[in-house]
Design a protein around this ligand. Structure first.
Ligand code: NAD
Length: 475
C-alpha cells in the first residue's frame, strides 16, 4: 500500500465521518461514538521448545453503549493496535446494524498459528485467555470474544474451559465466548454463519431489481461469475453455498500462494480439500494456476468477494477493479481511498459491517442459548409436529373423498410434519436478520439524495442507533 493510504483505523474513521457529516449529532456525542474507549496491551511469556517466548496481545473495547461488548480474537503475525481498534469500531456498528445487543470489541494476538503445534497453541491460548479473564476482558456479562482470522472452534473451547477453571461458580460460564464447538456449549451453524450470511446478503440484494440495475447487472445469482479471495472459514462457506445452492460460478479463487481459475466454475469442496493437504492452491488440478494472486482481483467478473484480509483494494489497484458488485466478506478489504475511486466509477459495494455480520448474529444466538441453558426448539419441536399431524390427518381424510378429486403430493407429509431443528432455526434467524438489516440500509440509500452508497447508509443507520442508546442513558 502506498504512503497516501490511510491506516485501517483511519479508513474506518473516514467512512464514519462521511456518514456523521450527514447527521445532526451534537459534536460531543459524535466524538464519543467515534473514539475507541480503551485498548489493553499484554505481553506474556510461554515456555516452548526449551525457551521462553514472549507474545503480544490486544483487546480493544470501542463502545460500551451496550454490554457485553463483542468481537472476535484474531491470530496473525502482523496484528497491531491500529488494526484491532479499527476492527473493534466495525463491531460496534455491525452489532447496531443487525440489532445484536452488544457494544463493539476486538482482540488479537501477534502469532502465526501455522508455526505451532496444537498443544503449543493450547498453552499460548490458555495463557492469553488467563490475562484477559483476570481483567474481565473475557466475561459473559462484559466482554464476549468469538473466532476471527486464524482462530476457530478449538481456540474458543479452550477459552471457555479456561474461564470455567477460573470462575468455578459462574453458572453462565459458557456464555463467556461464542464460536465454541456444539459439544462444548456451541450452536449448530456457527462455523458456517459468516459465509452463510454473505450468501443471504447477496440473495437479498438480488431480490431488488433497482439495486441490481444500480450495479449494472440483471437477473438472479444464477450463472453470475464470482471471484473469491481467501478460502478460509468465511470465503469457503460463502463460495460453497453460492455455487451449490444459487448457481453462481466461482471462476477464480485467490489464496496466499496464488490463484486458481476455471471459467466453468471451480469445485469449491475439492479446492478446499487440496489446500488442506498441500497448504495452498499451487499444483491443484481443478483449475489453472496463476502465480500473481493479487492481480486476479482486477479480473472481469460480476461479483468480487474479498474474504481474506483488510486493505487489499487500495489506491493503486482500485481503478483496475472491474467487478460490478463487491461484497466485503472480510473486514476492511477496501481502503477509504479505494472506496472513493470505486464509488466514482459506479461500483456497488455491499459493506463489511453488513456483509459479514452473519458471524456475530449467530454468536448472539449462541450467547442467548448459553444463558437460557436450553437448546433452541427443545420445548416446541414435538408439539409443533403434533399440531402439524392434526392438519395432515385432516387433509388425508379429505383426500380420500373421491368427489373432491385431489391428493397430497408424495413428500408433503414428511416435510410438513417435521418440526425445525436447531440448525434450521439458526439459519432462519440469520436469514431474517440479514434481510431486515439490508432493508434498513436500503431505505436510507434510496430515500436520501445525499446518501450515494450502501456503506454511508449502513453507517447512518448504525450511528443513529448507537446515538439513541447513549441518549437513553442520559449522555
Ligand atoms: P481464516 O483464517 O479462516 O481464513 C482466511 C483465509 O485467507 C485463509 O484461507 C488464508 O490462507 C487466506 N489469506 C490470507 N492472506 C491472504 C492473501 N494475502 N491473499 C489471499 N488469501 C489470503 O479467516 P476468516 O475467519 O475466514 O476471516 C476472513 C475475514 O473475514 C477477516 O477479515 C475476518 O475479520 C472476517 N470475519 C470473519 C468472521 C468469522 O466468523 N470467522 C466474522 C466476521 C468477519
Amino acid at each position: 500500500m502506498s504512503a497516501r493510504e490511510p491506516s485501517f483505523r483511519q479508513s474506518v474513521e473516514l467512512m464514519f465521518n462521511r456518514a456523521a457529516a450527514l447527521m445532526d449529532l451534537p459534536p460531543g456525542l459524535e466524538e464519543k461514538i467515534r473514539v475507541c474507549n480503551s485498548t489493553y496491551v499484554v505481553r506474556f511469556g510461554v515456555r516452548l521448545r526449551g525457551e521462553i517466548r514472549t507474545f503480544t496481545g490486544y483487546r480493544s473495547v470501542h463502545s460500551e453503549h451496550m454490554e457485553p461488548v463483542k468481537g472476535g480474537i484474531r491470530y496473525a503475525a502482523n496484528v497491531n493496535q491500529d488494526e484491532v481498534e479499527a476492527l473493534a469500531a466495525l463491531m460496534t456498528f455491525k452489532c447496531a446494524l443487525v440489532e445484536a445487543p452488544f457494544g463493539g470489541s476486538k482482540g488479537g494476538l501477534c502469532i502465526d498459528p501455522r508455526q505451532y503445534e496444537d498443544h503449543e497453541l493450547e498453552q499460548i491460548t490458555r495463557r492469553f485467555a488467563y490475562e484477559l479473564i483476570k481483567r474481565d476482558l473475557i466475561n459473559p456479562s462484559q466482554n464476549v470474544p468469538a473466532p476471527d482470522m486464524g482462530t476457530g472452534e478449538k481456540e474458543m473451547a479452550i477459552i471457555a474451559d479456561q474461564y470455567a477453571r477460573m470462575n468455578t461458580t459462574d453458572i453462565n460460564a459458557r456464555a463467556c465466548v461464542t464460536g465454541k464447538p456444539p459439544h462444548a456449549g456451541g450452536i449448530k451453524g456457527r462455523v458456517e454463519a459468516t459465509g452463510r450470511g454473505v450468501q443471504y446478503a447477496l440473495q437479498e440484494f438480488f431480490r431488488h431489481p433497482d439495486d441490481i440495475a444500480k450495479a449494472g447487472l440483471s437477473g438472479s445469482l444464477d450463472g453470475k461469475s464470482v471471484i473469491v479471495q481467501g478460502l478460509g472459514n468465511v470465503g469457503y462457506h460463502a463460495a460453497l453455498f453460492l455455487s451449490r445452492e444459487d448457481g453462481a460460478k466461482i471462476t477464480h479463487i485467490i489464496e496466499r500462494d496464488g490463484a486458481l481459475h476455471n471459467a466453468d466454475g471451480l469445485d469449491i469442496a475439492l479446492v478446499r480439500d487440496w489446500i488442506a493437504h498441500h497448504g495452498g492452491v499451487r499444483g491443484c488440478p481443478h483449475g489453472h494456476y496463476i502465480e500473481q494472486g493479487g492481480v486476479v482481483l482486477e479480473e472481469e467478473c460480476d461479483i468480487l468477494v474479498p474474504a481474506a484480509l483488510e486493505g487489499v483494494i487500495h489506491a493503486e489497484n482500485a481503478e483496475r477493479v472491474k467487478a460490478k458488485l463487491i461484497i466485503e466478506a472480510a473486514n476492511g478489504p477496501i481502503t477509504a481511498t479505494a472506496d472513493e475511486i470505486l464509488r466514482r466509477r459506479g461500483t456497488v459495494i455491499i459493506p463489511d459491517l453488513y456483509a459479514n455480520a452473519g458471524g456475530v448474529t449467530v454468536s448472539y444466538f449462541e450467547w442467548v442459548k448459553n444463558l437460557s441453558h436450553i437448546r433452541f426448539g427443545r420445548m416446541q419441536r414435538r408439539q409443533e409436529e403434533a399440531r402439524h399431524l392434526l392438519i395432515v390427518n385432516e387433509l388425508e381424510r379429505l383426500s380420500k373423498d373421491k368427489e373432491l378429486g385431489w391428493t397430497l403430493s408424495p413428500d408433503f407429509k414428511e416435510r410438513y410434519l417435521r418440526g425445525a431443528d436447531e440448525l434450521e432455526l439458526v439459519r432462519s434467524g440469520l436469514d431474517d436478520t440479514m434481510r431486515e438489516a439490508y432493508q434498513s440500509m436500503r431505505e436510507v440509500w434510496h430515500t436520501r439524495q445525499d446518501v450515494p452508497d450502501l456503506r454511508t447508509a449502513a453507517f447512518l443507520v448504525s450511528i443513529g442507533r448507537v446515538a439513541a442508546s447513549y441518549r437513553a442513558k442520559g449522555l
